[in-house]
Design a protein around this ligand. Structure first.
Ligand SMILES: [Zn+2]
Length: 166
């Protein structure tokens, strides 16, 4: 069936669209893609924004649009961000987390609750004997930490939880 094949094709395209602030982690692995809808040869994509006010959203939108419109049968791709759903770092896939680690960025903790102390494992040696060097990393969504075990500085993605969770 064309429709299903089409959606699968869009899926594989989105697997190659990376978040500009997180190298090698696709928008799909970040859990940002909420819905893909086809109407004839037009593609409508609904995405959940990651970090609120992340300046990369505009870039992501145009990268997604461009990548999808490069598919031969696609006429127009419309990308909308929805604020009806709240993204949390738990939406990141296992593959996405592994990609982060490969680039020396510690993935956000699982089952994190707002206000909890945040233990970060070193992406290089796995030790949790780490300390926060600078909460403001190179981008709004990352912090810089230092591992006391292997003496490497590394970056970590800040945990983001849905506000609905307490
Ligand atoms: Zn280490």
């Amino acid at each position: 069936m064309f429709r299903e094949r089409g959606i699968n094709e869009i899926h594989s395209v989105l697997k190659k669209v990376d978040d500009p602030e997180l190298p090698s982690v696709s928008v799909l692995d970040l859990g940002m893609v909420h819905d893909i809808h086809l109407v004839g040869n037009n593609v409508f994509i609904t995405m959940v924004p990651t970090f609120a006010g992340c300046p990369a959203l505009e870039i992501i939108e145009s990268n997604v649009k461009q990548a999808v419109e490069d598919v031969s049968w696609v006429k127009v791709c419309d990308v909308q961000f929805t604020f009806d759903y709240q993204w949390s770092t738990e939406a990141i896939t296992e593959h996405g987390k592994n990609q982060l680690k490969k680039h020396g960025i510690s993935p956000p903790p699982e089952n994190y609750h707002q206000g909890d102390e945040w233990t970060v494992e070193c992406p290089f040696c796995g030790s949790d004997y780490t300390s926060m060097e600078n909460v403001f990393g190179p981008t709004a969504c990352r912090s810089i930490l230092y591992c006391s075990a292997c003496r490497n500085p590394f970056e970590a993605m800040k945990p983001v939880v849905s506000y609905s969770k307490s």
